[in-house]
Design a protein around this ligand. Sequence first.
Ligand SMILES: C[S@@+](CC[C@H](N)C(=O)[O-])C[C@H]1O[C@@H](n2cnc3c(N)ncnc32)[C@H](O)[C@@H]1O
Length: 379
Amino acid sequence: MKRQAKNQIKAKISAPGAPDSDVIIEGDCLAELAKLPDACADLVFADPPYNLQLGGGLTRPDQSVVDGVDDDWDKFADFAEYDRFTRTWLTECRRILKPDGAIWVIGSYHNVFRLGVALQDLGYWILNDVVWRKTNPMPNFKGTRFTNAHETLIWAARSKETKYTFHYDALKLFNDDLQMRSDWTLPLCTGAERLKDAQGRKTHPTQKPEALLHRVVLGTTKPGDLIVDPFFGAGTTGAAAKRLGRHYIGIERDPTYAAAARARLKKVTPAAAEDLMVTRSKKEEPRVPFGQIIEAGFIRPGDMLISPNGKKARVRADGSLAIGDFTGSIHRVGAHVSNAPACNGWTFWTHLDSKGRETSIDIFRKQVRKTMSAPAAKA
Ligand SMILES: C[S@@+](CC[C@H](N)C(=O)[O-])C[C@H]1O[C@@H](n2cnc3c(N)ncnc32)[C@H](O)[C@@H]1O
């Protein structure tokens, strides 16, 4: 298992035509994305400028100045300029995504609706919007509006046809056996995780918590995948990617932020390859037709299967079942004997061997699946 996991990751990095990964490119993302090959990325995570349009400095009741986002990278002349910029980088991201790739974008009420329209107009297929509920949001100091206590993430597939990655069962386990919901309650990035300069000031005004990215990376990419972040900032996407055995390309135009991200990433230790395997969803498991169980010799033609209500069906060489004159697949015959519109034959039928021992046929399916995912024998 250990060697298999490592090899899978290695194979991805060295694929022909793959760009250099685990790099931070200093430059404008519009120019730098254009240099990346088509269909090279498994996921894009983008935390673009918010276009906050702050009018004048914001102060607290004690007149101290709020450390908001008033940097040049967040300034656009008007909505039209912001939309042009947004559509250009989103178009490039779609080009560099593999057909089965997906994108996450994060924004606040200032920009997230514009991002959503652009995504849909450009052919992406929205899968969810996730609300990141902040446990420690900045108060609304003037008391003129509700406390702005969340940001919205949009998760979209490259197209409607995309077979995107989603580790449903792993996320359910992560969430103590409860289906993961689209509202995530997490604190802002504070404490030791927050990068600071020599004077103790925040290195980056909008550094995201790594926990947010952990969930995104764990749930929607596989080990060895390539994640591109066109607005890398302090490198949070890279940190989560590296820790979880994924690859990253970060683009950041501010040299101070890029340097801080580089230093941060050097200190991140990836988890061991064998610890990165997540619980697979049933849908991801290889399909095994019932005929293969017969082919593999677990069940022989002429053997009997028994239903929960005691009905016996005879197994035929082609993988069909016969009960009286009625024949069909394990599912069809299962539905027939239970008088139901549909039936999952795998969990319905039990095999009776010559000594009268009963085994659920799903056990045989599991054994066949094991042989399908075992590492290839050495020549
Ligand atoms: C909202 S911040 C991203 C923060 C990041 N997610 C983190 O956790 O640190 C946006 C970043 O995009 C960068 N940026 C803005 N416009 C850019 C552009 N055209 N090309 C590359 N980087 C850009 C800014 O310098 C800023 O660091």
